[in-house]
Write a protein that binds this ligand. Structure first.
Ligand code: ADP
Ligand code: MG
Length: 412
């Protein structure tokens, strides 16, 4: 594992009154074509840190990226709707700054700033952000006293607002969201309550191998669904028709089954499926009677018997980590398996953690999100963290500023 929060300050450790805080948030929310925010989880998850800084009398500059714009002319990626929503939720005036190096920012910062906070335009409107530009970072240091990273979902990227900027700052730390994320994710490896079950699904085994390799040491059992299940079933010689199978991972799947058995752990695979003849095909849906699938069919969700089996097993768990939907949940006809997992977790009083972008979205849509212990907002970052990778955005916060550490080294 990584070192968690070791050596990293949190927003609580700073005297914020009158100071300008550069608050890197992950406000990268999904939007529809009309620019309406379709899921504001990341905004609401960011509120505690903003409110804390505001209540402590800090001057706040919020910075985030949004989508993947190519240039600042890609106006559909403007932070405008986000800034507007933030203003409503905080009941403050959120001033959107087109040009981060404009006199406007300084003008506002040096004024009284009563009920205002600043929000910079989409960081990725400037190419320097993804290039980890020092120049951009220097410009920000001209007005920031304290750097706080609360953008867990962006902390696996060495971008200017995540890496170059804190590299140059002396006063830096994390916000409440990252603190919670790390504590929750570390808790999955540090004396989790048993029985501990990992529910894995989603599209590819290959995406999940590093996580499986970490989890195999700590969990009591795996529950497998989604497209991933078909590689495992096929490895056992089961007919899976046209279902998604990763041919180059069959050997891995076979070995993994053996390793799980050798350790006396449980592995549950689907015993029936909801199938159809193509991805978007809702006309030829069939519920199989066992784990075999016909030649012209694709498995698109776990079947009712599997749901019952998984629900029963998960009801006994004290800790569950879930990553990866059980089926193509984006289509109603293939969403039952995924929502059933969300339901049984919601009813379980144990530690129930959801990770992964699509899984978090599925948990939200299921209506059971607020019953989970924690839904990671990190998407890819949470998986990288769980795999034991060091996130650039966290590592830089452990480091002292270059000049500072060199002067403190005694020279003989
Ligand atoms: P997460 O983002 O939570 O880590 P993944 O990205 O690994 O999850 O997987 C999500 C995707 O897996 C969804 O888009 C879903 O449609 C797809 N999926 C789930 N089951 C199947 C299946 N049986 N066949 C094809 N795709 C599937
Ligand atoms: Mg995904």
């Amino acid at each position: 594992m990584s070192d968690g929060l070791k050596g990293i300050k949190t927003v609580r450790d700073f005297e914020l009154k009158g100071k300008t805080v550069f608050l890197r948030l992950d406000l990268n929310v999904p939007m529809d074509k009309e620019g309406n925010i379709t899921d504001e989880t990341r905004i609401t998850a960011s509120l505690p840190t903003i409110k804390y800084c505001f209540e402590k009398g800090a001057k706040i500059i919020i910075a985030s990226h949004l989508g993947r714009p190519k240039t600042s002319a890609d106006r559909q990626y403007s932070m405008e709707p986000v800034a507007k929503r933030l203003g409503e939720l905080l009941d403050l005036e959120v001033v959107l700054m087109e040009e981060p190096d404009s006199e406007g920012v300084k003008h506002i910062l040096y004024g009284p700033m009563k009920n205002q906070i600043i929000c910079l335009e989409n960081l990725r409107f400037d190419q320097g952000e993804v290039e980890n530009s020092t120049e951009l970072a220097v410009m920000w240091t001209s007005y920031a006293d304290i750097y706080i990273n609360d953008a867990f979902g962006a902390s696996h990227r060495a971008h200017a607002s995540i890496s170059a900027l804190p590299e140059m700052m002396q006063e830096k730390g994390v916000g409440f969201l990252i603190e919670k994320e790390i504590k929750m994710l570390d808790g999955l490896f540090d004396k989790p309550q048993k029985p501990y079950i990992a529910v894995l699904g989603g599209s590819k085994v290959s995406d999940k191998i590093p996580v499986i390799e970490k989890l195999i040491n700590v969990v009591d059992g795996f529950v497998i669904g989604g497209a991933m299940a078909y590689t495992f079933l096929k490895a056992q010689g089961v007919e899976v028709g046209k279902s998604l199978v990763e041919a180059d991972k069959l050997k891995y799947a076979k070995e993994m089954i053996e390793r799980i058995e050798a350790r006396g752990k449980t592995l549950l695979l689907p015993v029936d499926h909801i199938t159809s003849q193509a991805f978007g095909d809702t006309k030829n849906i069939r519920v199989t009677t066992n784990h075999q699938i016909k030649e012209n069919e694709i498995g698109l969700d776990i079947g009712p018997k599997t749901i019952e089996l998984y629900k029963k097993y998960l009801a006994e768990a004290k800790t569950v980590f879930w990553n990866g939907p059980m089926g193509v949940f984006e289509t109603t006809e293939f969403s039952k398996g995924t929502f059933a997992i969300a339901e049984v977790m919601a009813a379980n009083p144990g530690t129930m953690i959801v990770g992964g972008g699509d899984s978090a979205a599925a948990a939200e849509i299921s209506g059971f999100a607020d019953k989970m212990t924690h839904i990671s907002t990190g998407g890819g970052a949470s998986l990288e963290y769980l795999q034991g990778e060091r996130l650039p955005g966290l590592e830089v916060l452990r480091k002292r500023k270059q000049s500072e550490s060199s002067t403190s080294t005694p020279t003989f």
